[in-house]
Design a protein around this ligand. Structure first.
Ligand SMILES: Nc1ncnc2c1ncn2[C@@H]1O[C@H](COP(=O)(O)OP(=O)(O)OP(=O)(O)O)[C@@H](O)[C@H]1O
Ligand SMILES: [Mg+2]
Length: 361
């Protein structure tokens, strides 16, 4: 089962040392502003993916009073995961005492989703955040995707290098094009297959959350990153001139996106802030729902400060929906009661109080 039983932190931001014996379903973390709540969630995210959800500079997570941070966790299924991250050097990751070259195995073991103020960039931000969102699901559900995606990235990087060189060798370009097209078609197929499964799960989740205020004209469309009517090979040939001009591949799966529209307009232009938050929450919850259905496992949700612009009823619906997913939840809040008041009945849970970096339960 993908959930954490024990979490130990050393020199993570203002937390010099912390130990949390976790509940398999609901963990509430409360404390004043700046006490260290988000840092606990960040540590879980860093362990599961090598990245923070707050910053691209993972070195900044290392306590100013230390040279390296350490995170250790045990999963309910008995796996042990350890991470050492010196401020300036690369991280060292271990799974069951074995050094890991990358995060593939640990990311599969710890499928973590985040719901925080930054999640709303999913609608506001560029395609990259939506591609990342889509690929989280594709990675977990569609096997073989990761290898095809790695080949795609390698081909695009090689191709871009050639395009930038003063005299791009046409024959060499064609070699990379052929390999790129093969991998790109597999990436596209995996994404499309996942997306087709995702849409009905999302629709159901969204209607359950939004109720009467659901925007009926809302729709999601997958865009693969090149003309849907043409083969990528043809598109690459047709855009050769443009690619050479920019020194970069203009079409391909690295340009994929999910269009979120309400009627004929982008949802972001039509929906209120609150409605956008309900929509993003539905996207995130639907992903966990599909994950559980497809993998017969559960996700870990990190819910940081259930966004302020949601009213109590919406916060309650989101929490209840997450609880019903049977996922493991970590929910932070300044006021413990503001979360407890959102829960229908009092489910089994563990609460943790954080005060200036010290965690007590
Ligand atoms: N590298 C670091 N070393 C030591 N302290 C740090 C470091 N980075 C950040 N901090 C401090 O750690 C504290 C915890 O930050 P964190 O964001 O986890 O607080 P929080 O409890 O989530 O607060 P809020 O309720 O405002 O969201 C803050 O006081 C911050 O200034
Ligand atoms: Mg915080």
């Amino acid at each position: 089962m993908s959930s954490l039983k024990l979490l130990k932190l050393n020199a993570v931001r203002n937390i010099q040392q912390g130990e949390l014996n976790l509940h398999s379903r609901l963990n509430l973390i409360h404390g004043e502003n700046g006490s260290g709540k988000t840092s606990i969630l960040e540590a879980i995210h860093l362990l599961s993916s090598g990245k923070s959800f707050r910053t691209s500079k993972t070195g900044s997570l290392v306590s100013v009073d230390g040279d390296e941070l350490a995170i250790y966790a045990e999963s309910q299924s008995g796996h042990r995961i350890g991470l050492l991250k010196p401020r300036r050097q690369a991280a060292q990751l271990k799974l069951d005492l074995e050094s890991q070259k990358n995060w593939d195995n640990v990311a599969r073991l710890l499928p973590v989703q985040v719901l925080d103020a930054g999640s709303f960039l999913l609608l506001e931000g560029g395609p990259k955040s939506r591609r990342r969102f889509l690929d989280w699901g594709v990675f977990h559900v569609e096997h073989g995707f990761l290898n095809h995606w790695r080949v795609t990235r390698k081909c695009i990087a090689q191709r871009n290098q050639l395009l930038k060189s003063a005299r791009a060798d046409e024959q060499l370009l064609q070699v990379w094009d052929r390999e790129l097209c093969q991998a790109a078609n597999s990436v596209d197929l995996a994404r499309k297959t996942y997306f087709d499964r995702f849409v009905p799960v999302f629709a159901e989740t969204y209607h359950a959350l939004a109720g009467d205020s659901a925007v009926e004209t809302l729709s999601l469309e997958y865009q693969r990153g090149w003309d849907p009517q043409l083969e990528l090979e043809t598109v690459l040939k047709n855009s050769r001139h443009q690619d050479l001009k920019y020194g970069a591949t203009q079409n391909g799966p690295h340009r994929a996106d999910i269009l979120v529209t309400a009627g004929k307009s982008p949802a972001i232009d039509v929906l209120s802030r609150g409605q956008q938050k309900v929509l993003v929450s539905a996207l995130k919850i639907a992903q966990g729902s599909l994950f559980s259905e497809a993998i017969q496992d559960r996700c870990i949700y990190l819910v940081d400060d259930l966004p302020a612009e949601l009213d109590r009823e919406n916060r309650a619906k989101i929490l209840q929906k997450l609880l019903r997913l049977d996922s493991q939840l970590f929910v932070t809040s300044v006021e413990l009661d503001s979360i407890k008041n959102c829960l229908e009945s009092t489910p089994e849970m563990r609460t943790f109080h954080v005060e200036r970096g010290t965690i007590t339960d």
